[in-house]
Design a protein around this ligand. Structure first.
Ligand code: ATP
Ligand code: MG
Length: 390
């Protein structure tokens, strides 16, 4: 059942169009993420939902009822929306104990009998795993524990939706990873919609049923994490979610089995596409580093490209290989070791099903822009590998 609806939401700050007419909906028990680079409008969207900002256009509905509607001027203030919000900075009161922090919203609201207040606070502390910490002050807690206090405080008002703005950003890597799973578990038990803002693509993919990728105040693509990862529509999305090699070329024609032949500087490659491709059309291919196999012997089959090994970096479960086909740099991730020294020749085999033509990058202007970016990428890739190929 759809619970939260954001309909053509627009928000301006002076001349800055922070949110540009975005629409999405969240099911009753769904966890969705707004993902995108700094300044793309994630926080602004969340603040409009929470009621800290007044939309300039569009509407926000909870369970079928508007909480804000720019067309009619209707605006319900934040304290009347019953949304729980958790921020990056824990914003817990340093002079109050854990118990007092969590009870605070109930005290402000007033009219809740003491026994009920105690019971509700105890229940929320149990949900977030802080039983036994009731009398501690925030300075006596770790970052993760403080964030759980903030979450318990958001839950104590029995919110109808949960809104998170980068809540794990201040935690160290290990704790952050563990807290992801804890948050999902807590939300699934509560059965309320959750909107989670992050610029961390791994966090968004692990936690959400739906990922909404934003760019410059708009939605670039949304869908299940697997779908967005495997079928990015644009270079921006392919680049932002995971890593990708981008190769530009020109469509030669159909290649059978629903695939397409694209002429590229790597040779003619058999590729897949979500849409039919006219011969002669410019195309940009996205190839994930894990979709390229490196072999010492030339394998049979399509999409085999001779490459030179430039660098190899061992990362434990897999290795990163920076190779070059002539002037074109490629990044490869493989778990099987390839025993060749830098400077040696290898064969890169690209799976046609994972060699995707990006639907949103077809125009001559886009191709032109790509050519410029590809030149930059090639230029940068071997000097600073992590920059060149994102
Ligand atoms: N109060 C404000 N006044 C003026 N401009 C603002 C205000 N708040 C946000 N903006 C601008 O609106 C745009 C979107 O900002 P927003 O905070 O929503 O981005 P974000 O996606 O949350 O970024 P980050 O990942 O850095 O938190 C940015 O260009 C920002 O500078
Ligand atoms: Mg933000």
């Amino acid at each position: 059942m759809t619970s939260l609806i954001v309909d053509r939401l627009t928000k301006r700050y002076g001349s800055v169009l922070a949110v540009d007419g975005i629409s999405f909906s969240v099911e009753r028990d769904e966890f969705i993420s707004l993902l995108g680079p700094s300044g793309c409008g994630k926080t602004t969207t969340l603040r409009c939902i929470a009621g800290f900002e007044r939309p300039d256009g569009g509407a926000i509905l909870l369970n079928g009822e508007p909480v804000a509607d720019a067309a009619t001027g209707f605006f319900r203030p934040p304290n009347k929306r019953h949304f729980g919000m958790v921020f990056q900075s824990y914003a817990v009161w340093p002079h109050m104990t854990v118990k007092e922090n969590v009870a605070y919203p109930l005290k402000v609201q007033g009219g809740v009998p003491r026994a009920e207040m105690e019971a509700r606070v105890a229940d929320k502390l149990r949900i977030v795993g802080l039983v036994g910490y009731e009398e501690r002050f925030p300075t006596q807690l770790s970052g993760g524990q403080q964030q759980r206090v903030a979450l318990a405080r958001a839950l104590v008002m029995e919110p109808r939706a949960l809104l998170f703005d980068e809540p794990l950003s201040n935690l160290d890597a290990k704790l952050r990873e563990r807290m992801r799973f804890e948050l999902i578990e807590i939300q699934s038990k509560l059965g309320i919609p959750a909107v989670y803002v992050t610029h961390d693509q791994a966090e968004a993919m692990v936690m959400s049923r739906t990922v909404i990728v934003m760019e410059k105040g708009r939605i670039s693509q949304s869908g299940r994490p697997e779908e967005v990862y495997a079928r990015p529509k644009s270079r921006f999305v392919a680049d932002f979610i995971g890593l990708s090699n981008f190769v530009e070329g020109t469509v030669a024609g159909p290649a059978g089995d629903g695939n397409w032949l694209v002429r590229t500087p790597l040779g003619e490659l058999v590729c897949c596409s979500d849409e039919p491709l006219a011969p002669g059309r410019a195309a940009v291919l996205a190839i994930r580093p894990e979709c390229i196999r490196l072999q010492i012997e030339r394998p049979s089959g399509p999409n085999v490209v001779p490459v030179t090994l430039k660098q190899r970096y061992f990362l434990g479960p897999y290795s990163e290989y920076f190779v070059a086909a002539g002037e074109i740099p490629l990044r490869v991730q493989a778990s099987d070791p390839v025993e060749v020294a830098p400077g040696g020749t290898l064969f890169a085999a690209i799976d046609p099903e994972r060699c995707r033509v990006l639907a949103g990058e077809a125009s001559p202007e886009a191709a032109q822009e790509m050519a410029v970016r590809a030149t930059h990428a090639a230029d940068l890739a071997f000097r600073t590998p992590s920059v060149g190929l994102a």
